[in-house]
Structures are given as structure tokens and as C-alpha cells.
Design a protein around this ligand. Structure first.
Ligand code: FAD
Ligand code: NAD
Length: 471
């Protein structure tokens, strides 16, 4: 390609990080190309992550609720049957609608989309193995690495996506396993455990730490989540590590051991889900051709403006530092294009919400109580239970609470932690408050509509500096 054809920005990876950067760059009038090898846009999130998992969570919850939580509401149903094929079809419909939507947005914003695998030939040239066969190359003034992440495998237990699966297999099982063991009680583990347990599987979650929920979840909230999920039928083995696995027999066997040492035990399952985290993905990218190094965890090293040590090559999303979340990737994608175009951009890493889409949902933003203790930061706590909230009472969904942490001197909000129905929507208010540097009193003096679950949020804020009215 001649210099005249050089693009302003070439993006490798069409996941949330890559496709959002491409759209933003198009909107900014840049000539932009996005290379994606999957065959569809949207990456892990749209194809095998956030979106399909939330479809299964929503519909498995409905099924479970109709079966076990409708009679006392005055709804009597006849024969309730699971049609797993249709459940999966509904999921695929949501996914394809959204991935095609991104393709439409590419056209609308003048983004060139190349279907193929990209690799660095030199610092400005990407060679692409086209999905349809053949090869092409594209040059960029700026290049963005947005190649995402992949599931971390469990040593000695080969993934076949049938009996030993990652989340990709877990969103596509063709029948409900009688017994399922989940290695890792993080967000993926608990969301998938919920889906299959609701559909009738006996699910055991083995978690190395004493606490479920993965990194960041407030300990008090995590304990409450574990209690509620246990009531729903999920078996937990916390403080337990999987030592080895064997899938040569009819059932998959796992050797588990107390994390602190103790007597080992064998557990068996039809299906084992490996959900012990994800790792950055740079396979086949040809980083060696340009001398880019990774850190000890395989992440592309960048500075605060997303630049690698080669300044026109930048990197955002799961493949670099920070929490592996779609909305974090999206924020970075917008910021990196602004850095390239205008020289400034911004992401507030202290203010990225997390949501676990179980029932009830768990959501948080800012610091947890254990974070604050560890950092020696003084704080005040205000809590409000949903059992005292009128809307939760009318909905007969009263499990959970809102917990707020604030600075004892300035009253500035430090963290918000919610377990309860719709927590994932409610956390947006906490995130906005934290972003604006609100005090708990600011929130408590803001009028909230009645009857809403959000009133629990207001009352928890009140309880932080004074007393809640309804509890
Ligand atoms: P990815 O989405 O992984 O996209 C990278 C893309 O790059 C891929 O499509 C890949 O094919 C492509 N690629 C890689 N190398 C090349 C190459 N050399 N050439 C061309 N293309 C290449 N996050 C949330 O915020 N909320 C959720 O509810 C949520 N649920 C999840 C559920 C599951 C089961 C999983 C696995 C993840 C979930 N996540 C969720 C995390 C979320 O999916 C990721 O944080 C997000 O997808 C990261 O976006 P990304 O663009 O950085 O990477
Ligand atoms: P995670 O890091 O959240 O949790 C992994 C868990 O596995 C940890 O609790 C860890 O202690 C445990 N573990 C590790 N090794 C173990 C072993 N040998 N035996 C027993 N337990 C072990 O990772 P994940 O749940 O796989 O999720 C991966 C990423 O995807 C995360 O960054 C997560 O935020 C993201 N994700 C987000 C959502 C969401 O936002 N709703 C949903 C799914 C995934």
C-alpha cells in the first residue's frame, strides 16, 4: 500500500474495545479500519460473554420463578416444561441482533471492516490473513491493539467444551447436566451456576478463597450472596482448591483439598466448568516483530495515555491493565481515540461499577469495607435492608440490602454495595454520585419516587450520617 492509503487508525480486534474505538474514530472524521477474525463483531461480550449469558440468566430465572415462586403470588400454572433448544435460540437471536447492529454502525460511521486475523509486520503495517482465504495488508498512522482475553485453562484438565468447559461451552450446553462442578466462585462461576442450577442441575461451586464473588466484592455482601444462592440449591465448597482433574472415566473426577491443607476428597460431575479467571490474548499478533513486551501476566504494557513503548501503537480493553469489563473497555476506547485526535482523554478508574447478574443481583462501585480497612482509611457505614422497602415488599422480593460507605469527616461517598433485585440498574445512581463527589447527605436529601427500590438507596445514605426513617 502506498503512503496515500495509510489509515489514520487501524484497530486489531472488533470486541467492545475495538468496535467502540472504531465508531468513535469514524465520528471524529478519521479514516479507520477494524480487523476482526471471529466472523462477527462485538468480541467476547456480544458473542460469548455478557449478552448470551444475560439472555440465559433472564430466561432461566423466569422458568425457575414460574416453577417455584408463582403459586403464593396467586398464579397457578399447568405443566411447565423446559425447551432448552428454544431457550438457546432466544439467546442466539439477541446475540445476532446486536452483532449485526454493530456492523450497521460501522457502515453508518464510515469504518472499514476487514474479516481476518491481523499480525504486525512492522510498526506501521498489519498483515491480515483473510477469513475467506488470501492475504492483505493495511497501514496505519496509529494502531490500536484490542485483542481481548481468553479463559485461563486449568492445568492438566483439557478443555473440550462438552464435559470440561469454559463459559463458552456453558452458554451452549445441549442438555441439562445432572451434576455440574464449577471451579472458581467468581462472577462467571456464579452466573453460570445460577443458570444451570435453575434449569435443574445439581451444581457445586469450588472456590479457593473463603469468600465467593471474585475480586472487589464487599465481604459482608458476598456472605449474604452465598447464603441466598445456597438457599436456591447451589452447593458451596469455599476455602477449597481443586488439585487435579481426570476425565478418562464416564464422569469427570476432581481431587479437591482444603486450601489450608486437610483431607483430600474426590468429587464427580457430568460437566466441569473451569471459571478461574481470564488472561490477555495476544496469540498470533506478531508482537515479537516489533519488539513489544508483555508483563508477567501477559498484559500489553501501556502508559496513562494507552501508549505502548512505540508511541503510535496503543492498547485498550481486556488485553491490558484493569478490570476485565465491557464498560471499562468502552470507556477506554472513547478516551484513546480522544488522546489520538485531541491529545487528552479521561477514564476514572476509581468509579467503574461491577455487577453480578444472579438473582438477586450484586452490584458495587468504589471501595469495599475490606479495601478501606486494608488502606487504613476511616469510614462510616449506612445500611438499609430491602425487607423494609415498600416496593420490595409489594414485589415479594425482599432479600438483600444497600450498604454505603462514607468519609466520617467530609461525608464524601467512598463506596456503594448493593445486593438485591435490580441492583445492577440501581448502581448507576451510586456511580453518578461517586463520580460527582457526592456526600451521603447529598443523596439522602435528593427526592426519590415512592414506591421504588431506589428509596432503599436513599435511606442507606441517610443511615450513613443520621438514621433511616423506615428501619
Ligand atoms: P474481546 O471482547 O475479547 O474482543 C477482542 C476481539 O479481538 C475478539 O473478537 C477476537 O476475535 C479479536 N482478535 C483477537 N486477536 C485478533 C487478531 N490478531 N486479529 C483479528 N482479531 C483478533 N463484562 C461486563 O462488563 N459485563 C458482563 O455482564 C460480562 N459478562 C461476561 C460473561 C462472560 C461469560 C465472559 C467470558 C465475559 C463477560 N464480561 C462481562 C467481560 C467482557 O466480555 C469483556 O470485558 C469484554 O468483552 C472485553 O472487550 P475487549 O474488546 O477488550 O475484548
Ligand atoms: P474471577 O477472577 O472473577 O474469579 C475466579 C475465581 O476463581 C476467584 O474467586 C479465584 O479465587 C477462584 N480460583 C482460582 N483458581 C482456583 C482453583 N484452582 N480452585 C478453586 N478456585 C479457584 O474470574 P471469572 O469469574 O473467570 O471471570 C473472568 C473475568 O470476566 C472477570 O474479570 C470478570 O469480571 C469478567 N466477567 C464479568 C461479568 C460481569 O460483569 N457480570 C460476568 C462474567 C465475567
Amino acid at each position: 500500500a502506498s503512503a496515500a492509503e495509510e489509515k489514520d487508525l487501524v484497530i486489531i480486534g472488533g470486541g467492545v474495545a475495538g468496535y467502540v474505538a472504531a465508531i468513535k474514530a469514524g465520528q471524529e472524521g478519521m479514516k479507520v479500519t477494524c480487523i476482526e477474525k471471529r466472523g462477527t463483531l462485538g468480541g467476547t461480550c456480544l458473542n460469548v460473554g455478557c449478552i448470551p449469558s444475560k439472555s440465559l440468566l433472564n430466561n432461566s430465572h423466569l422458568y425457575h420463578q414460574i416453577l417455584h415462586d408463582s403459586k403464593h403470588r396467586g398464579i397457578e400454572v399447568g405443566d411447565v416444561k423446559l425447551n432448552l433448544k428454544q431457550l438457546m435460540k432466544a439467546k442466539e437471536q439477541s446475540v445476532s441482533g446486536l452483532t449485526k447492529g454493530v456492523e450497521f454502525l460501522f457502515k453508518k460511521n464510515g469504518v472499514e471492516y476487514i474479516k481476518g486475523a491481523g499480525a504486525f509486520q512492522d510498526e506501521h503495517t498489519i498483515k491480515v490473513q483473510l477469513n475467506d482465504g488470501g492475504e492483505t495488508s493495511v497501514k496505519g498512522k496509529n494502531i490500536l491493539i484490542a485483542t481481548g482475553s481468553e479463559a485461563t485453562p486449568f492445568p492438566g484438565l483439557e478443555i473440550d467444551e462438552q464435559r470440561v468447559i469454559t463459559s463458552t461451552g456453558a452458554i451452549a450446553l445441549e442438555k441439562v447436566p445432572e451434576k455440574m462442578v464449577v471451579i472458581g466462585g467468581g462472577i462467571i462461576g456464579l452466573e453460570m451456576a445460577s443458570v444451570w442450577s435453575r434449569l435443574g442441575s445439581q451444581v457445586t461451586v469450588v472456590e479457593f478463597l473463603d469468600q465467593i464473588g471474585g475480586p472487589g466484592m464487599d465481604t459482608e455482601i458476598a456472605k449474604s450472596a452465598q447464603k441466598i444462592l445456597k438457599k436456591q440449591g447451589i452447593i458451596f465448597k469455599t476455602g477449597t482448591k481443586v488439585v487435579s482433574g481426570d476425565k478418562t472415566g464416564e464422569l469427570v473426577k476432581l481431587e479437591v483439598d482444603s486450601a489450608k491443607g486437610g483431607k483430600p476428597e474426590t468429587i464427580e460431575a457430568d460437566v466441569v466448568l473451569v471459571a478461574i479467571g481470564r488472561r490477555p490474548y495476544t496469540g498470533g499478533l506478531g508482537l515479537e516483530n516489533i519488539g513489544l513486551e508483555l508483563d508477567e501476566r501477559g498484559r500489553v504494557i501501556i502508559d496513562s495515555e494507552y501508549r505502548t513503548k512505540i508511541p503510535h501503537i496503543r492498547c485498550v480493553g481486556d488485553v491490558t491493565f484493569g478490570p476485565m469489563l465491557a464498560h471499562k473497555a468502552e470507556e477506554e476506547a472513547v478516551a484513546v481515540v480522544e488522546y489520538i485526535k485531541k491529545g487528552y482523554g479521561h477514564v476514572n478508574y476509581g468509579c467503574i461499577p461491577s455487577v453480578m447478574y444472579t438473582f438477586p443481583e450484586v452490584a458495587w462501585v468504589g471501595q469495599s469495607e475490606q479495601d478501606l480497612k486494608k488502606a487504613g482509611i476511616k469510614y462510616r457505614v449506612g445500611t438499609f435492608p430491602f425487607s423494609a422497602n415498600s416496593r420490595a415488599k409489594t414485589n415479594l422480593d425482599t432479600d438483600g440490602m444497600v450498604k454505603m460507605l462514607a468519609d466520617p469527616e467530609t461525608d464524601r461517598l467512598l463506596g456503594v454495595h448493593i445486593i438485591g433485585p435490580n441492583a445492577g440498574e440501581m448502581i448507576a445512581e451510586g456511580t453518578l454520585a461517586l463520580e460527582y463527589g457526592a456526600s451521603s447527605e447529598d443523596i439522602a436529601r435528593t427526592c426519590h419516587a415512592h414506591p421504588t427500590l431506589a428509596e432503599a438507596f436513599k435511606e442507606a445514605a441517610m443511615a450513613t450520617y443520621a438514621k433511616a426513617i423506615h428501619f
